[in-house]
Design a protein around this ligand. Structure first.
Ligand code: ZN
Length: 304
């Protein structure tokens, strides 16, 4: 090859390299811009992988997480991971039954931060998880606060100011401990309208109820019944298992399956067998996700 031909070949090669590099940089910038607009649109991270978008979803939530049950909660999280549920919604109580602030326990906080780093979400779950009896309660109030839940419906009839104070205190406390809580779920899902308004005003992005998931910022509600067990008495456990077996079949075609676990469920073999059986069956066709990611995807779908 002559010297002129060598120079010409070198120039063509350089031109190719420059164009190729430009295209690479441009697509990186576009990808980054697209990622940024996604973040701006949802204010949530991380977004679920697009490969999973065609599948149905499942959120497994673990309720009443506190330092006093950290060990069993950790065992449950590991058992779930073993069955393909790599991320869960962890409902953490800021001061469970006045036992003391959860965030004061450094070992507990470190454990939560590690789980959050692995993709689990930390949700604020009430504040004390306790509701003192009121004078002159109606039959309806008594049924919900004493029979349906055992004096745990803290936010059932809490006024706006007190609800706002408890949720913002928990939010700031969790944030100071390095936990990024975006959601609030009331104990036993009993959340008064005033308390729901307080949760929204405290910057909470979402809440859940027994029958639905609520995007507090967008004002959207998604019908999705949760499977949950009542285990306080032997007969309740029996009825729960029968009802949940039927409910699981009924929910099979739904886009979002919700399974709510409480730490004591693990100690009842028949209950735990059924929970894990449902999860093993569902994981074949569903992707385990968090409420945070699931809501982010609904917002994207609606072009928010
Ligand atoms: Zn609870």
């Amino acid at each position: 090859m002559t010297e002129a031909a060598q120079v010409s070949s070198l120039i063509r090669h350089l031109d190719f390299v420059i164009r190729d590099t430009f295209c690479l940089v441009q697509s990186c910038v576009e990808a980054e811009n697209s990622r940024m607009s996604t973040i701006a649109a949802t204010e949530f991270l991380p977004i679920v992988a697009t490969g999973a978008a065609t599948r149905d979803f499942m959120v497994v939530s673990l309720h009443d997480v506190a330092p006093s049950n950290q060990q069993i909660a950790n065992t449950i999280v590991s058992e779930l991971a073993r069955r393909g549920v790599s991320v869960c919604s962890l409902l953490v109580v800021p001061d469970y039954h006045h036992q003391g602030l959860s965030t004061r326990n450094q070992e507990f906080v470190s454990w939560l931060r590690a789980l959050e780093a692995d993709g689990h979400e930390i949700v604020i779950h009430g504040y004390f998880h306790e509701r003192p009896r009121r004078a002159k309660e109606s039959l309806h109030d008594k049924f919900l606060t004493r029979f349906y839940t055992e004096q745990e419906g803290e936010f059932y009839d809490l006024g706006y100011e007190e609800a706002l104070s408890r949720i913002t205190r928990a939010r700031d406390d969790f944030c100071a401990s390095g936990l990024k809580s975006r959601g609030f779920v009331a104990p036993a899902w009993l959340l008064s309208k005033e308390a729901e308004r307080a949760a929204r005003d405290a910057g909470m992005e979402y809440t859940t109820r027994l029958h639905k998931v609520c995007d507090l910022r967008a004002g959207d509600e998604f019908a999705a019944r949760s499977i949950v067990y009542s285990i306080r008495r032997n007969w309740r456990r029996g009825i729960s298992r029968i009802c949940n077996a039927t409910l699981f079949r009924y929910l099979e075609g739904r886009p979002l399956l919700r399974i709510s676990i409480h730490p004591p469920d693990y100690s009842h073999p028949a209950v735990w067998r059924q929970v894990t059986g449902m999860i093993e069956k569902a994981i074949g066709s569903r992707t385990a996700t968090t409420y945070q990611d699931w809501i982010a995807q609904q917002r994207l779908r609606r072009g928010m």
